[in-house]
Write a protein that binds this ligand. Structure first.
Ligand code: PGA
Length: 253
């Protein structure tokens, strides 16, 4: 039985005082939540603060990106070992805001998904089509290409050591979430694709949706049978909104 999971992607937002108030607000607001997990992915300079405040609580934390190397002359990069040292459970891999700037290819996402697993992290692999690809009707081709690049690298058996996040690029930060019907169709396709390779992995792997998830659309989205939770950007900048999304996931769990 898969557990619901809500992950905050705080992108490049926050400050020491505002993070503290967010962490404490989420801790209070989700106290007693049993049927869903919650994680907060912060900018790397704030990992120490996340670790200090969230250690020993039910809330997990994570990074938003990482190198595939453990150490080396890679100026500006952060290694999986470093993320583990700061207590991270999760790391986001292949967010479209990073893929779009040409920093990341399908292949590099596969390599880093692999490196994250080896370091004991749970990679959250973001996949999703652009607006043009959506309009062309090739969402399935794009997402399966992105997913296959990772499967080729890590092998199907290890895929469910991570998490998938279906995030249509056109829905991110636009206020226009994908409809539950669209999410249902793509998730059905993706889980079906994984099932052809390994049925157990298809049953086990958590698949999240991300893209303009808000307190007023999360309940409808969570009615999608294959959906296991959300990756939340903008709404994670408002403590109360994020807590309401966590509550909805807990109720759906
Ligand atoms: P959004 O972002 O919730 O602001 O659309 C989601 C994401 O980028 O992961």
């Amino acid at each position: 039985m898969r557990r619901k999971l809500v992950v905050a992607n705080r992108k490049m937002y926050g400050s020491i005082p505002s993070n503290q108030s967010f962490f404490e607000g989420v801790l209070t607001g989700t106290a007693g939540m049993k049927d869903a997990g919650c994680a907060i992915c912060v900018p790397h300079p704030y990992l120490f603060q996340a670790q200090s405040i969230l250690s020993g609580t039910p809330i997990s934390w994570g990074g938003q990106n990482m190198s595939r190397h453990d150490c080396g002359a890679y100026t500006g990069s952060v290694s999986p070992v470093m993320l583990r040292e700061f207590g991270c459970e999760y790391v986001i891999i292949g967010h479209s805001e990073r893929r779009a700037r040409g920093h990341e290819t399908d292949q590099s996402c596969g390599e880093r998904f692999d490196a994250a697993i080896k370091a004991g992290l749970k990679p959250i692999l973001c996949i999703g089509e652009t607006l043009e690809e959506y309009q062309e009707g090739i969402t399935d081709l794009v997402t399966v290409r992105q997913l296959n690049a990772v499967i080729e690298q890590v092998g199907i058996e290890r895929l469910s050591l991570g998490v998938l996040a279906y995030e249509p690029v056109w829905a991110i930060g636009t206020g226009k979430a994908a409809t539950p019907a669209h999410v249902a169709a793509i998730l059905d396709f993706l889980r079906g694709h994984v099932a052809l390779l390994n049925e157990q992995v298809a049953n086990d792997i958590q698949i999240l949706y991300g893209g303009s998830v808000k307190p007023d659309n999360i309940a409808q989205l969570l009615k999608v049978p294959d959906l296991d939770g959300g990756l939340i950007g903008g709404a994670s900048l408002v403590t109360e909104d994020f807590v309401r999304i966590c509550e909805a996931a807990n109720e759906a769990g």
